[in-house]
Write a protein that binds this ligand. Structure first.
Ligand SMILES: Cc1cc2nc3c(=O)[nH]c(=O)nc-3n(C[C@H](O)[C@H](O)[C@H](O)COP(=O)(O)OP(=O)(O)OC[C@H]3O[C@@H](n4cnc5c(N)ncnc54)[C@H](O)[C@@H]3O)c2cc1C
Length: 423
């Protein structure tokens, strides 16, 4: 693996045979996450493919010419011709390997695979999930000099990292962009000396053996495991939903309703949380239109009565969203009337979706800790689960309020409990 610049490019890449180039930057957490994987791949495939690094800030023109607009970006060439799509951001080992394999013959791939050696690492604590809960546990454990690894299939930050503005996390006078809070927290955790294994594939988890396999090859054994894998919001699978998430479509009224003073808002859902959140939003918004798929709300009677008494809320029953678009500052939802099958448009200043979340327990293997009937893990006041030496924190546990502050609190409690047990 070598570093090259614009001058070397012609020789090394254009006339260079099979080449992979990593355009990286400094002060770039995803570049730091990629570096050890790129090095490991270079060791494995180095006999057949050339591995080169280009410092993007120092070679801007070359990067622009090649269409590289973010760091890190990997480009794959055969004699100067780009042969597969580039990859950027939180790059997984499997994504690189897939592209490298496609550049070689089946026999070469077979030989390389047989040279791959399994790795076993031992830790005191393995944290699964690098959202605010996992990062906080990491900060406390790192400061207590406990050998800890934080594992995440994505880059650290969790929901915080994709939240537009966070205005309720203490310590900041002004609302903070979520990605900055995520950056501060993960840098703080890294500085304590804990290991980060992020943008990895979680191959398997055995909570009873306290063994986690990542990228199919590396087994991580730990004395204690902390589960901090959070939740995934149920989605409507409507075009535009993904695109406008955090840019017109929100999943958190506590966080975002305050930005809708005297504005018109659309709320999707009809269960308890949708009704309660719609009532909360009316403290700010001038009008709330709820879209519900059934002919009756599914919330409890008290909530329904409160909603019926609130003049700002109108419910459109038997309607479902089919598409979301943006027109200027306005969100336009295309709704299907489920009775007549006709499509209609509803314009508002913002859309809130409350159709439930599901806990990210699927990856935790077969023998899960005890959970409530909605699939959230039961943890006691020390964040211990029903499995010895396995803790759970943050949004994944059965609790009433899911916020960054409550996730951070759970992480603190689990880490202090573990520090006392291990010392
Ligand atoms: C759109 C939105 C906006 C919000 N805004 C605010 C706000 O303004 N203020 C506020 O206080 N709260 C807000 N919240 C709530 C807050 O973000 C959450 O309560 C908080 O992030 C929970 O932290 P967590 O660490 O438990 O989980 P998460 O933040 O969900 O992080 C979980 C992490 O686990 C990782 N993971 C997933 N599966 C696995 C696996 N198998 N193995 C390992 N890791 C895994 C994920 O990649 C992720 O990094 C918002 C929530 C949403 C959805």
């Amino acid at each position: 693996m070598r570093e090259i610049n614009t001058v070397d490019f012609e020789n090394e890449v254009v006339n260079g045979g099979k080449v992979v180039v990593d355009f990286y930057s400094t002060e770039c957490p995803p570049c730091e996450a990629l570096a050890p994987k790129f090095e490991a791949m270079a060791e494995l495939y180095g006999g057949k493919i050339k591995f080169l690094k280009v410092f993007r800030q120092g070679n801007r023109e070359l990067a622009t010419e090649l269409g590289v607009s973010s760091s890190p970006t990997l480009l794959f060439f055969d004699n100067g011709k780009q042969i597969t799509d580039s990859i950027s951001g939180g790059i997984k080992k499997s994504e690189i390997q897939q592209r490298l394999d496609a550049m070689l013959s089946d026999d070469d791939v077979k030989t390389i695979k047989t040279n791959q050696k399994p790795i076993v690492s031992e830790y005191d604590v393995a944290i699964l999930g690098g959202g605010p809960a996992g990062l906080t546990a990491g900060i406390y454990l790192g400061q207590a000099k406990i050998k800890t690894v934080l594992i995440d299939p994505a880059l650290p930050g969790g929901y915080m990292g994709i939240t537009h503005q966070v205005s309720n996390y203490p310590g900041f006078e002004q609302p903070q962009p979520g990605y900055m809070l995520a950056h501060y927290m993960s840098e703080q955790a890294k500085h304590t000396g804990i290991d980060f294994k992020v943008a990895v594939d979680i191959t398997s988890v055995d909570l009873h053996k306290r063994e986690i396999v990542i990228d199919e090859l590396e087994t991580i054994r730990a004395k204690k495991i902390i589960i901090a894998t959070g939740t995934t919001p149920n989605t409507m699978n409507a075009p535009g939903e993904k695109e406008y998430k955090g840019k017109g479509i929100s999943y958190c009224a506590t966080c975002d309703a305050k930005y809708f003073v005297d504005k018109e808002v659309t709320v999707i859902g009809g269960g308890n949380s949708a009704v309660e959140e719609a009532l909360f939003i009316t403290k700010f918004a001038s009008k709330v239109t709820m879209i519900h798929q059934f002919d009756k709300l599914t919330a409890n009677q008290t909530a329904i009565e409160q909603l019926q008494a609130n003049e700002k809320i109108k419910v459109m029953y038997e309607h479902e969203p089919r598409k979301f678009e943006k027109r200027g500052d306005k969100m336009v939802a295309t709704l299907e009337n489920l009775k007549t099958k006709k499509l209609e448009k509803l314009e508002s200043d913002g859309v809130f979706v409350f159709i439930g979340f599901k806990s990210n327990v699927d990856v935790l293997g077969k023998n899960l800790p005890k959970m409530n009937s909605w699939g959230y893990i039961l943890a006691d006041e020390d964040m211990k689960t029903s499995i010895p030496d396995v803790f759970a924190i943050g949004d994944i546990i059965s609790k009433k309020y899911r916020q960054i502050t409550t996730a951070v609190a759970d992480g603190t409690i689990a880490a202090i409990t573990i520090s006392k047990e291990l010392n």
